[in-house]
Design a binder for this molecule. Structure first.
Ligand SMILES: [Zn+2]
Length: 150
């Protein structure tokens, strides 16, 4: 199914291109959409609109919508973005994101030294022998050094 097995955990070139194409479309759409307000405010100084002043706004709005859709498909893949219902493929499509999230969590744990604290908490509490002062396990009956009853 995958054309390139090496790119399993990477976002493919095609999806990246799709993502950026969608973003560019959103940008153009936004400019068109906002130009309506500029035109209204400055009474169309560039003569962009002849008859319908809302024309570019509607086109811009559609471009933002389509651009958002295209970039989300590019980012998450067809299945990952919900364009097609395929849980198996969706998991495959979202793998780069899931992997990244896992890495970030691991980094956070390392930074806080939580792993070390968890290991220390598991350690058995030691008790000191009244006779010789040797440290023994909490649940031991006799001292491991002098044999005195704990
Ligand atoms: Zn002892």
């Amino acid at each position: 199914m995958n054309q390139n097995k090496n790119s399993n955990n990477q976002i493919s070139r095609g999806r990246k291109a799709l993502f950026y194409a969608g973003r560019i479309m959103m940008g153009i759409g936004l400019v068109l959409f906002l130009s309506v307000f500029v035109n209204v405010a400055f009474s169309d100084p560039w003569q962009l609109v002849d008859s319908n002043p809302m024309g570019p706004g509607i086109v811009g709005f559609i471009m933002i919508f389509v651009g958002t859709l295209i970039s989300s498909v590019g980012a998450a893949g067809k299945a990952g973005s919900g364009m097609i219902l395929d849980p198996e493929q969706a998991r495959e499509d979202l793998k780069p994101f899931a992997r990244q999230a896992g890495g970030m969590l691991s980094d956070a744990l390392d930074a806080a030294d939580i792993k070390e604290h968890l290991a220390a908490a598991k350690e058995i509490v030691k008790v000191r022998c009244r006779s010789c002062g040797e440290l023994n396990d909490e649940d031991s009956t006799f001292c491991k050094k002098c044999g005195e009853r704990m």
